[in-house]
Design a protein around this ligand. Structure first.
Ligand code: FAD
Length: 458
């Protein structure tokens, strides 16, 4: 483990792979990264999925680790809360926290990925090879089979350790699955919903056509639209909709007229600023949403899965990338333990990490329902208002579930889930039973009494 001359092969130069390469490079390892796509810094790639992402404190902790906090901040647009749009076009802002310094950020996937590649490449012990698709991994020999995208020739690469950060369709995970001697457990659960990306462009002066510093949501019970701002004045809009259920669904929205009718009925204020809707709707893909859980993530001390390759989740908590970045922070802290070999390192990493990535996978599913159904519900809105007040008045004592997941990077997702769910249940029960109520002018003593009731009920 102390021998930094060891060769580490990383599959995938996406968000997780590029950050991992940078960190391992900083630690002095020899790192070779093989990426199936061309270099995104020099080739315009069709975006494929989520042009922008919500970046929050767990991701930022990783940026601090590699010394990139300020550079990433320059790419970020703060989003202080959800801007909820009703069918009349009326809006209501619901902040993410009662503490002013707690907000999430919209960041471009490409810009962030490019920055990580640039920074990793500054280390002469880190090398990237683009247009190389991994086909399979030999777990015993620690070799990977690749195809070169330009020549279509296959070649094999050897390494001391192979780490796959090749996303939800991981080639290493497939090799685990196919190895009959390896007891590998795997589950993949799709939602019956898909998503489609659309856009709101800026006006002719490059100005935003909706409030810039918010995550916009149009919640409609069984489906929803969201929009996140981009630095160029546009918003990336995402429609989450069932493939088959309901009056309108992805399967039956098959003409421009139906799409326009759907938006006119459900999202009239969005439609007014989406002149390209009909064209984009049929040009852009509809993609599925799923959760992947598996174990073990490692084979002996030879191979390891990280990021979406180990734990892909649905996007409703805005945590997939943040969790992938946190993987790198956790692996780094395990490397600090200087354990006897890679097997002990990978085992310890997985033991620390899996309970937390399982928890965020479940929380992300919960948030799917919360965002499309509950955010517009009066009792839910009461609960959020109370939580804002408690966070404001008792900044050191009270954290909502959202705050624990998103802003408390020093507690694990599992603890955040368990505490947060118990707290949510307690507040909703107390509100429904009329044992607490919200008064924005409540004194500190009155709020203290509410906090005690919540703690007692939890
Ligand atoms: P990926 O980003 O998928 O990167 C994998 C890389 O490996 C890619 O570059 C790929 O080309 C490469 N690769 C794949 N196969 C091979 C192969 N065989 N050989 C070589 N290279 C290969 N997360 C958030 O934190 N906040 C959000 O707001 C958010 N929003 C999202 C919205 C949507 C619609 C979706 C789908 C996801 C969202 N996520 C969000 C999740 C986030 O996108 C992922 O968790 C994150 O991209 C995981 O990073 P990764 O590097 O593990 O995988």
């Amino acid at each position: 483990m102390d021998n930094k001359q060891q060769n580490i092969l990383i599959i995938g130069a996406g968000l997780c792979g590029a950050l991992l390469a940078l960190r391992l490079g900083q630690r002095g390892f020899n790192v070779a990264v093989y990426e199936k796509r061309p270099d995104l810094r020099t080739t315009k790639l069709s975006s494929g999925r989520s042009i922008n992402l919500a970046f929050s404190d767990r991701g930022n902790k990783a940026m601090k680790l590699v010394g990139l906090e300020e550079k990433v901040k320059a790419l970020c647009i703060p989003m202080h809360g959800r801007m909820i749009h009703d069918k009349n076009g009326d809006t209501l802002q619901s902040n993410y926290s009662g503490r002013k310094h707690e907000y999430i950020n919209s960041v471009s996937r490409n810009d962030l990925n490019a920055l990580l590649l640039d920074e990793a490449e500054k280390h002469e012990n880190v090398n990237f090879y683009f247009d190389k698709t991994c086909q399979s991994v030999d777990l015993e020999k620690t070799t990977a089979l690749f195809t070169d995208g330009k020549t279509q020739k296959d070649f094999i690469e050897d390494a001391d350790v192979i780490i796959a950060a090749d996303g939800a369709g991981s080639a290493l995970r497939k090799s685990y699955f196919l190895d009959r001697h390896f007891l590998f457990s795997f589950s993949q659960d799709y939602l019956s919903y898909g998503y489609k990306e659309l856009s709101i462009l800026p006006n002719e002066n490059g100005e935003y056509l909706a409030h810039k510093n918010a995550l916009h949501i149009w919640p409609r019970q069984s489906f929803m639209l969201i929009a996140l701002p981009n630095l160029d004045g546009s918003f990336t809009v995402t429609l989450f909709l069932s493939y088959t259920e309901g009056t309108f669904n992805f399967n039956n929205l098959d003409t421009e007229q139906k799409v326009l009718e759907f938006f006119k009925e459900e999202f009239p204020d969005a439609l007014l600023i989406m002149p390209n809707l009909a064209t984009e709707f049929f040009k852009n893909p509809t993609s599925p949403l799923g959760t992947i859980k598996c174990s073990p993530w490692h084979y002996k001390g030879n191979t390891l899965l990280m990021g979406d390759a180990a734990h892909a989740i649905v996007p409703f908590y805005g945590q997939g990338m943040n969790a992938a970045f946190e993987d790198v922070v956790v692996l780094d802290s395990v490397l600090n333990l200087n354990l006897e070999n890679w097997e002990a390192t990978f085992k310890t990493f997985e033991k620390h990490r899996k309970k937390d990535t399982d928890a965020i996978a479940d929380l992300a599913i919960d948030n799917f329902h919360e965002m499309k159904e509950h955010v517009a519900d009066p009792i839910f809105q009461e609960k959020r208002k109370l939580e804002m007040l408690l966070e404001k008045k008792f900044p050191l004592q009270y954290n909502s579930k959202y705050a624990m997941v998103t802003f408390n990077e020093n507690i694990g997702y599992q603890v955040a889930m368990l505490r947060g769910r118990a707290q949510d249940r307690a507040i909703l029960n107390l509100l429904v039973r009329g044992e607490i109520s919200i008064n924005p002018k409540a004194t500190k003593d009155e709020l203290q009494a509410i906090l005690e009731k919540i703690n007692h009920e939890t």
